[in-house]
Design a protein around this ligand. Structure first.
Ligand code: NAD
Length: 335
């Protein structure tokens, strides 16, 4: 089948923006990177030019460009909501990194603006595109484990904790890290809605820090009776660790092993597996697949498989976690 690639303008040339630019330019035939924007002088051009694209210093240049069909937003989280609305108002299809806003109201604005403009809107829940998580989802959806009863999702960031706890925005562990787990749990429990949460969190790498929360455990109850645990740490000495597990009435599925390959080194110290030490290393194929989905949805004129509704549902759980942490009691998830 022949097609004209979707022309992409990427906004935000930081750590993940640099990876996304390279993935789009080199690994997704259905997409073409044409421009990158970032306000930091020279950064966008340095990233874009070796990839055959141009650099801009403002997102407005991307929104005004006739040769841009779709925008990928990888800017800092606080900028997402405004950029989503501006991109939609300019008639561009929108992919936004998570979270799609810093409040439910902000996420709603993006959903409304993209619907009004009639453009595609996809959110960066890349775990849905990892082959093992996808296979787990498909097995659950096909009824292979029966009725879903108990779920678990884990995210551990590599290293020994934040180098400077003061620069970690408050609530990051819920709104930016566990947001992946909340979406994964929603997706692995098809058709169910989260009802309420109990969240416990603390600063264990910088004890007593006034705002840092670097470890969290959350218990979520769903309206189909299932109970889930979401767990995050900012300090896994052994690497980046992302796992899921779902127990049903007829069996169990697991996803995510953390190992970079199935090779095991057997020596005097035991049986050893190499682990990934970063999200890009572990998730590069998932990032590739999510952009392939975004481009395919645009080319086929259909809704992408991960929508603004998923962004809202996951953020509603994060919001309830903040309330539960503050009150020390169970908090309802806004429907
Ligand atoms: N899905 C994932 O696995 C994943 C992984 C990492 C980061 N993220 C998300 O990606 C986003 C970026 O994360 P990062 O680690 O690359 O951050 P970063 O701080 O390294 O980069 C952010 C970049 O955005 C730019 N920026 C800020 N405001 C902007 C604006 N209004 N317009 C254009 N550019 C702007 C900054 O100059 C910077 O270059 C965050 O929202 C984060 O939650 C997602």
């Amino acid at each position: 089948m022949s097609f004209t690639p979707v022309r992409i303008g990427l906004i935000g040339a930081g750590r993940i923006g640099a990876s996304h630019a390279s993935v789009i330019a080199r690994r997704v035939p259905e997409a073409q990177l044409v421009a990158v924007a970032d306000p930091r002088p020279g950064v966008a051009a340095d990233l874009a030019e070796p990839l055959g694209a141009r650099g801009e210093t403002s997102p407005e240049a991307i929104f005004a460009a006739d040769d841009v069909d779709a925008v990928v937003i990888a800017a800092s989280s606080t900028a997402h909501a405004e950029l989503i609305v501006a991109a939609a108002d300019a008639g561009k299809h929108v992919f936004s990194e998570k979270p799609a806003g810093m409040s439910l109201a902000e996420i709603e604005q993006g959903i409304t603006a993209t619907a009004k403009a009639g453009v595609a809107f996809q959110v960066g829940f890349n775990r849905r595109f990892a082959a093992d998580f996808r296979a787990a989802h498909d097995a659950i959806a096909a009824g292979r484990i029966g009725t879903v009863r108990q779920l678990r999702s884990v995210t551990r960031d590599p290293g020994s904790g934040p180098a400077d706890p003061d620069v970690v925005p408050p609530w990051t562990i819920f709104t930016q890290t566990l947001i992946h787990d909340f979406d994964t749990l929603n997706w692995l429990n098809p058709g169910a809605r989260a009802v309420d949460v109990v969240a416990t969190a603390d600063s264990l790498t910088a004890p007593g820090h006034p705002t840092l929360l670097d470890h969290a455990n959350v218990v979520i109850r769903f309206d189909n009776g299932a109970i889930a645990t979401a767990e995050a740490s900012f300090a896994a000495a052994y690497g980046y660790d992302v796992r899921g597990e779902v127990l049903g009435s007829a069996g169990m599925v697991t996803a995510g092993e953390g190992a970079t390959s199935s090779m095991r080194l057997h020596d005097a110290s035991g049986r050893l597996a190499a682990t990934a030490h970063g999200d890009v290393e572990l998730m590069i194929d998932a990032y590739t697949a999510e952009f392939a989905e975004f481009a395919a949805a645009i080319l086929e004129g259909r809704t992408p498989s991960v929508t603004g509704d998923a962004a809202r549902a996951a953020f509603a759980i994060a919001q309830a976690c903040i309330e539960s942490y503050q009150s020390g009691t169970r908090a309802k998830v806004q429907g």
